[in-house]
Design a protein around this ligand. Structure first.
Ligand SMILES: Nc1nc2c(ncn2[C@@H]2O[C@H](COP(=O)(O)OP(=O)(O)OP(=O)(O)O)[C@@H](O)[C@H]2O)c(=O)[nH]1
Ligand SMILES: Nc1nc2c(ncn2[C@@H]2O[C@H](COP(=O)(O)OP(=O)(O)OP(=O)(O)O)[C@@H](O)[C@H]2O)c(=O)[nH]1
Ligand SMILES: [Mg+2]
Ligand SMILES: [Mg+2]
Lengths: 278, 292
């Protein structure tokens, strides 16, 4: 697969394995290798490197479709809600986003919407200090919808440009927790009709096929607008996002590449496809 | 699920007469797809399916009236055997304290699980000490302290301005003085490819001489599970695995991958966010779950 050899059945099996180990999933891997095999035959392409390049282009074209930048409100306050399963990297990502937006000259506010997990509020407050932005918080155990309400009111009153709302991790199959996040979403919408302008789903790049279920159920619940793919600095490739883009049309907007405040990048489809094969 | 798919495959194949080895090979494709969809690593799947095929080409399947069911039975048995017997016990050292070290990737559930384990030991009449050795993650020490408070278990901490190795040294001394028979070390999440951070674990292990080094793995981990488990085992040496977040709907194929590549037993599973949500690992239940 790496050389300049001719393409045969073995070659396409190896190609499928590269895709599988990138967490692309069986059906997507089969679909992609079949597509490339047919194209190679019809375009009379016989050289391995050329077929690999074709596959990279197929993947890039799936991912680049409507590579959406962050959605900002036309005027006034932009509200962003961050959601996802436990430990994916939500709180850390908000810290990075707060620093990025502050660096762009925006007036940023954070809201400690995780009122459940031990030291979740302290964790976000540390990020607030690092980024130099205020953090709205209630007591541990408070209603997260109340925190969201308070945060939107406060951000509006203080003329903030962007409000970033943290939420507790939750597994997408827990009905009561999904009801809770729907309530948070409703409360935000009630206070500001156009909000939230971004609902970011944080996906850990090490996650396997369960990511599809996460994307489906979180989108059903709160209308996810984009994905943040975290921990891409590890060895996992995050290939699940290809199937997610194909099936749900959800774009990856941002990528987490480390634990420091500056370790956040815009998603680049071409680079992603390149790394998939490295 | 796999049962239905196998039944359809064999119905179609039997229509052509007696079953042959070639027919079984075709059925193995269905098994392969099912395991890949369950996130079992593709190399582990290859080896596993080869094993199953060896048994499946015998009379057990070929002469059966319900070959699909026979194949499922073989797959389930092989999965269960591979993942080993139920082994939900922590080792205990020849003289106290017994040291347990919790390691793994970022966000896997180490801090929560360390608390759960301490809670379990306390219920068993032990006197555990929790050690806050994560100096990197914001409020990590506070998180473990709050967990300790909720469980009524002491937490040894020196703040985040001391090296983790020094914190562990202090904790061992403290534990000895206070008669703690178990010392549970919560470490920072880290990448298996970060050699500095892996060396930190090697140094802590070298000093503390733990009876148990437990790899905490998120049950929804995909193909990367083998890379992580292999590297942690090679660099550090593991005694066991704890699989977390099994209260979700992930099939959990990572369990098979981790077991296959390290040979280590999965000792416990995390089944929730509350501090009592820790259960023994049952390989036959995991096998059913992986097969969907
Ligand atoms: N290597 C790496 N680690 C990351 C990245 N993003 C987050 N982390 C780490 O992942 C762990 C979990 O991050 P959190 O921000 O607490 O995740 P969370 O989704 O808020 O977790 P819960 O609120 O408990 O659900 C922390 O150790 C972070 O430092 C990333 O891009 N790369
Ligand atoms: N649903 C569920 N959540 C869990 C389980 N175990 C841990 N969690 C949650 O997963 C998230 C991460 O847990 P932590 O204990 O902070 O993970 P960690 O490995 O210590 O994270 P780092 O120190 O940043 O590497 C938290 O939201 C926990 O409440 C479990 O078995 N089920
Ligand atoms: Mg968080
Ligand atoms: Mg921790």
């Amino acid at each position: 697969v790496t050389g300049h050899g001719e393409v045969d059945d073995d070659f396409f099996d190896q190609l499928e394995e590269i895709l599988l180990q990138a967490d692309i999933g069986v059906s997507t891997a089969v679909m992609l290798t079949d597509r490339v095999r047919r194209r190679a035959r019809s375009e009379k392409i016989r050289e391995a490197l050329a077929v690999r390049k074709m596959l990279k282009e197929e993947i890039t074209s799936i991912l680049v479709g409507n590579q959406a930048p962050i959605v900002w409100a036309d005027h006034g306050l932009t509200v962003m809600l961050i959601v996802g399963v436990n430990g994916a990297g939500k709180t850390t990502t908000l810290g990075k986003l707060a620093a990025r937006f502050k660096g762009e000259g925006k007036r940023v506010m954070l809201a400690a919407g995780d009122t459940f997990r031990a030291a979740a509020i302290e964790q976000l407050e540390t990020w607030g200090r690092r980024a130099g932005v205020p953090v709205i918080k209630h007591k541990e155990g408070a209603d997260p919808a109340a925190v969201a309400y308070d945060a939107v009111q406060s951000a509006l009153a203080r003329g903030m440009d962007v409000l970033l709302i943290d939420t507790a991790g939750r597994l997408q199959t827990k009905v009561n927790l999904m009801e809770e996040i729907k309530k948070v979403h409703r409360v935000i919408q009630r206070e500001l009709a156009t909000a939230p302008h971004e609902v970011l789903l944080v996906l850990d790049a090490t996650t396997g096929q369960n990511a599809i279920s996460q994307a489906k159920l979180f989108t059903q619940a709160v209308g996810v607008t984009g994905i943040v793919l975290t921990k891409l600095d590890g060895t996992a490739k995050g290939g699940v996002i290809i199937g997610i883009k194909q099936e749900l049309g959800l774009p990856v907007k941002l990528v987490g590449v480390g634990e420091r405040i500056e370790d956040l990048r815009d998603f680049d489809a071409t680079e992603f496809a390149d790394v998939l094969f490295s | 699920g796999l049962a239905e798919r196998l039944q359809q495959t064999f119905q179609r194949l039997r229509g052509k007469g007696k079953l042959t080895e070639a027919d079984v090979a075709e059925a193995m494709r269905e098994v392969r797809v099912a395991l890949l969809e369950a996130d079992v690593n593709f190399k582990v799947v290859k080896d596993f399916v080869a094993r199953v095929k060896e048994r499946a080409v015998g009379q057990e399947v070929l002469a059966s009236l319900t070959p699909g069911q026979q194949v499922i039975k073989i797959v389930h048995e092989e999965l269960t055997n591979l993942m080993g017997g139920s082994n939900a016990k922590l080792k205990i050292g020849s003289k106290p304290p017994t040291v347990v070290m919790m390691v793994g990737l970022q966000g896997a559930g180490k801090t929560t699980t360390t608390g759960k384990l301490a809670g379990l030991l306390k219920k068993q009449g032990r006197r555990p000490l929790l050690v806050a050795a994560d100096i990197y993650r914001p409020a990590a020490i506070r998180q473990l302290q709050i967990v300790g408070e909720k469980l009524g278990i002491p937490v040894f901490a020196m703040g985040d301005q001391h090296k983790p190795l020094d914190i562990v040294k202090g904790a061992m001394e403290h534990g000895r003085q206070h008669g703690n028979d178990y010392i549970l070390i919560d470490t920072a999440g880290r990448l298996h490819i970060n050699s500095e951070m892996m060396q930190e674990l090697v140094d802590i292990k070298g000093f503390a001489q733990p009876q148990e080094v437990l790899l905490v793995v998120d049950a929804m981990t995909g193909q990367d599970a083998v890379n992580v488990a292999e590297q942690f085992h090679q660099s550090l040496g593991l005694d066991g695995v704890i699989l977390t977040k099994l209260d979700g709907d992930t099939r959990g194929g990572a369990a098979l991958s981790v077991r296959a590549v390290t040979g280590c037993p999965i000792k416990f599973v995390g089944t929730g966010e509350k501090l009592d949500a820790l259960e023994p690992f049952y390989p036959d239940r995991m096998a059913s779950r992986i097969l969907g």
